[in-house]
Ligand binder design. Structure first.
Ligand code: ZN
Length: 406
């Protein structure tokens, strides 16, 4: 509606103008040498307009021709950038897939199209790392550490390389630099934790994790290694706080209290620990050194009373009865332990001894929840898979043993 109205108004104006021009009186004369042109005013005006239109068109064409090379190179540059971006994408996928030759090809192509940008440098470094060209990878990662935005990736690469080569000092330096380049990053924190554990610096490792299982194990290890009894108590308390039912945490607390001369508190801790998670490590601390076999049997009864009927209580009573030469008691408690689910061979070994038969093998005391390795000794990090805080008392199930025997 508006469009139609506008068109009508415009047409009317043009018509009126044409009418006015056509009606202009007089004539225009132009002299050039011997030639003389004379025409009416409206025709002369039209001629001037036509010449102006031709001139404008001519200028436009000339300007377009002048800008053409720039436009062409811009178009070519855009195409190069696009192809380079595609090469980077392919390289990134190849790195993620662990395809060394694919990453190498993409990195060469990306460099020829985009030049030596930090992203291209990273791709080049990863391609070298994947194809096992350690020195080339190291140099490329080192160059990447000069980039303001991507220096973290440079330090990350160097850290990985030094860990692989077993250069712990260099790895620690790179971990620090990576932390500086990207503060608070989770990946860097895990690497620093692994390095601290490897160094036996459990107190430092403890500061790097909030995970309760890891904190428990690290605090137990830190308490064992503490230089003063006071420090040991501090770590032991942290261990109990993070893992109240982990027997070694309670054992560490009892040991630390005893180290400070707080015997009563130590014994209270052991009783409490036995109640929540009975374990031979607690029993070992419970007995007074140099006690007679009968005294040990009496002490065992006191501890076992905290958790009557538990497999560990029955085993403790059976073992002390055996050393106190009370075979009836020893048998009764060993059988009770079996009934309570003991399947690691300890109860069976006592019974075999009482019957004068060869003792069966006893299962390792610890098991890794991550890699299922079975170990005789506890350690803060699993010696098989390196994970921290994954060792737990090994409790083979009766069901599994029956299946294996059947
Ligand atoms: Zn493991």
């Amino acid at each position: 509606m508006w469009k139609a109205l506008k068109f009508c108004v415009l047409a009317a104006v043009i018509l009126a103008l044409a009418w006015w021009v056509a009606g202009l009186p007089g004539e225009v004369n132009a002299n050039a040498g011997d030639y003389q042109i004379s025409t009416s005013t409206p025709v002369a005006l039209l001629l001037v307009l036509a010449v102006l239109a031709v001139l404008i068109m001519l200028f436009r064409v000339l300007g377009g021709l002048r800008r053409a090379p720039g436009r062409f190179s811009g178009w070519r540059g855009g195409r190069r950038a696009q192809a380079g971006e595609l090469a980077l994408q392919r390289g990134l996928v190849a790195v993620a897939a662990g395809d060394a030759s694919g990453a190498k090809a993409a990195s060469v192509k990306a460099r020829s199209l985009l030049g030596d940008t930090p992203f291209v440098q990273w791709l080049n470094a990863e391609a070298a790392r994947l194809s096992g060209q350690t020195e080339q990878a190291r140099l490329a990662f080192e160059r990447l550490t000069q980039s303001k935005e991507m220096k973290f990736l440079g330090h990350q690469g160097l850290l990985r390389e030094s860990l692989k080569a077993g250069r712990a000092d260099e790895a620690a330096k790179q971990a620090e630099a990576a932390e500086e380049a990207y503060p608070g990053g989770n990946w860097t924190r895990r690497q620093r934790l692994t390095l601290a554990v490897r160094d036996g610096n459990y107190a430092a490792a403890l500061r790097l994790t909030q995970e309760p299982q890891e904190r428990t194990a690290l605090a137990v290890a830190a308490a064992e290694k503490a230089e003063t009894p006071k420090l040991a108590l501090e770590f032991a308390k942290q261990a109990v706080k993070a893992g109240p039912t982990f027997p070694l945490a309670q054992a560490a607390l009892a040991r630390a209290l005893r180290g400070l001369g707080k015997e009563r508190a130590a014994r209270k801790t052991l009783l409490k620990g036995w109640k929540s998670a009975p374990h031979p490590a607690l029993a070992a601390l419970w007995f007074t050194p140099g006690a007679s076999v009968l005294e040990r049997a009496q002490a065992a009864a006191l501890l076992a009373a905290e958790n009557p009927g538990h497999m560990e209580s029955e085993l403790l009573l059976s073992e002390t009865a055996l050393t106190a030469k009370l075979p009836g008691e020893a048998r009764r408690h060993a059988e009770a332990a079996l009934k309570a689910g003991n399947a690691d061979g300890r109860a069976a070994a006592i019974l075999a001894k009482l019957d004068g038969e060869p003792a069966p093998a006893i299962a390792p005391a610890w098991r890794c929840t991550a890699c299922r390795a079975q170990l005789d000794e506890w350690s803060c990090a699993c010696p098989a898979c390196g994970k921290v805080g994954t060792l737990t008392p090994n409790r083979p199930s009766t069901a599994l043993t029956t299946t294996e025997q059947g």
